[in-house]
Design a protein around this ligand. Structure first.
Ligand SMILES: Nc1nc2c(ncn2[C@@H]2O[C@H](COP(=O)(O)OP(=O)(O)OP(=O)(O)O)[C@@H](O)[C@H]2O)c(=O)[nH]1
Ligand SMILES: [Mg+2]
Ligand SMILES: [Zn+2]
Length: 375
């Protein structure tokens, strides 16, 4: 028998996490201001004590009026309060209930493409998201003190890099792989623009990922090389395409399925960088079954929710060696008796991967120190 709902005190997002801007208000700022006038009761003791009593079920999920709500899946979301949700009544354009937004304390955006939600329809075109269901996987990135949730509930991520133009950056691939591991998403390494290079020098890099158990593919959206294999891997799954701007994520998706007609853009001849052609992460159905999410390219990937000491755990190939380091809290950066460093010297761990590890370990440590110094 279902247990009765219970009351819980929950902390909410602070009202003023950042200094309010005085001018140039964007549409998002306007909705935030409109929210301030709601009648929610807030403790008078300042932002730190802002809490509210909510009704939850056994699993801690918000109790909502089931009769008035229907389940759905977020196809795309812009900011925290505007999204499209696919439901049995068609696609509804939705806002997000204020409490749901306030409960998303860690993330800048309350909802993301792929989120499973309960919607209260207002009419046959619009509605309001009343609850977000627990996520089985996420892909997020840090943005200062907050996370930006890129996508939720995907099975796998195709980490797209280009062989050149923009140049291949193995350390960025490693960052994406760590981010996938941390979010419970299975990572696939996909190097695009195979038509522009001699593939031989690339083989050792792809080989290193294959040996670790990651699926890898050298493809060309232009010539179609590798596209049938990619199509096969996407079938029946929900897959996000992620990577730097200009590597060809949208072009690959267009090659996988004619008719997607995603907008693609030139790589700047001055900077060698993409121009951020894709603006919003959007869930799209595949004809053969499955879903894909095209995402805007990102320049830098700041990890989220990964402490420096946890980074080693996301480097799969370190597993057999870490327990043998002389010091149990070895950071594998400078310590004597470090078996990770020994494995690098003996050719058992790739020096490129080790370099990525050290960079990630140090940058996470620096980021955390900076945030602590700020507060
Ligand atoms: N030569 C070659 N060019 C490609 C290939 N794939 C994509 N391009 C070109 O690379 C440029 C960028 O492609 P997009 O598909 O827009 O890249 P994106 O990763 O979606 O970029 P953002 O949306 O900005 O993140 C375009 O000019 C494409 O024509 C390829 O396989 N070979
Ligand atoms: Mg794109
Ligand atoms: Zn060590």
């Amino acid at each position: 028998m279902a247990r009765p709902p219970k009351k819980a005190r929950v902390p909410l997002k602070k009202n003023h996490d950042h200094r309010p801007r005085q001018t140039n208000l964007t549409r998002e700022d306007m909705t935030d201001l409109a929210d301030l006038s709601t009648d929610e009761r807030v403790s008078g003791k300042g932002a730190l004590t802002r809490q509210r009593t909510v009704i939850t079920d056994d699993s801690g999920a918000l109790v909502v009026d089931d009769e008035a709500c229907i389940p759905g899946r977020v196809l795309w979301a812009v900011g925290s309060n505007h999204c499209a949700v696919e439901t049995e009544r068609g696609t509804l354009e939705c806002t997000v209930r204020r409490l749901v937004r306030d409960l998303a304390r860690e993330t800048r955006n309350a909802v993301a493409a792929g989120d499973l939600v309960l919607v209260r329809p207002a009419d046959d075109r619009t509605g309001s998201i009343e609850r977000i269901e627990p996520r089985r996987s996420t892909l997020s990135r840090g943005q200062g003190r907050h996370a930006h949730l890129i996508v939720a509930n995907v099975d796998q991520a195709v980490i797209v890099a280009s062989s050149t133009d923009p140049p291949l950056k193995p350390t960025l691939i490693d960052r994406f792989l760590v981010s996938c591991e941390a979010g419970n998403v299975s990572g696939i390494v996909c190097v695009n623009k195979a038509d522009l290079i001699d593939p031989v020098p690339l083989q050792p890099i792809l080989g290193q990922y294959s040996r670790m158990g990651y699926r890898c593919l050298l493809v060309s959206a232009l010539t179609g090389q590798g596209i049938p294999a990619l199509r096969l891997w996407l079938k029946g799954k929900t897959t996000v395409f992620t990577g730097q701007s200009g590597v060809g994520k949208s072009s690959l998706l267009n090659a996988v399925q004619e008719g997607l007609s995603l907008k693609t853009g030139e790589v700047s001849s001055d900077t060698g960088k993409g121009r951020h052609t894709t603006r919003v992460a959007e869930l799209l159905p595949l004809q053969g079954g499955g879903w894909v999410v095209d995402t805007p390219g990102i320049r830098q990937l700041q990890l989220w929710g990964v402490k420096p000491a946890e980074v080693e755990g996301y480097f799969r190939e370190f597993g057999p060696f870490v327990a043998h380091c002389r010091f149990p809290d070895c950071t594998h950066t400078h310590e004597a008796g470090c078996h990770i460093k020994a494995a690098v010297d003996e050719g058992k761990i790739s020096p490129l991967r080790y370099e990525s590890y050290v960079r990630m370990f140090l940058s996470e440590a620096i980021d955390i120190a900076a945030l602590e110094a700020e507060s």
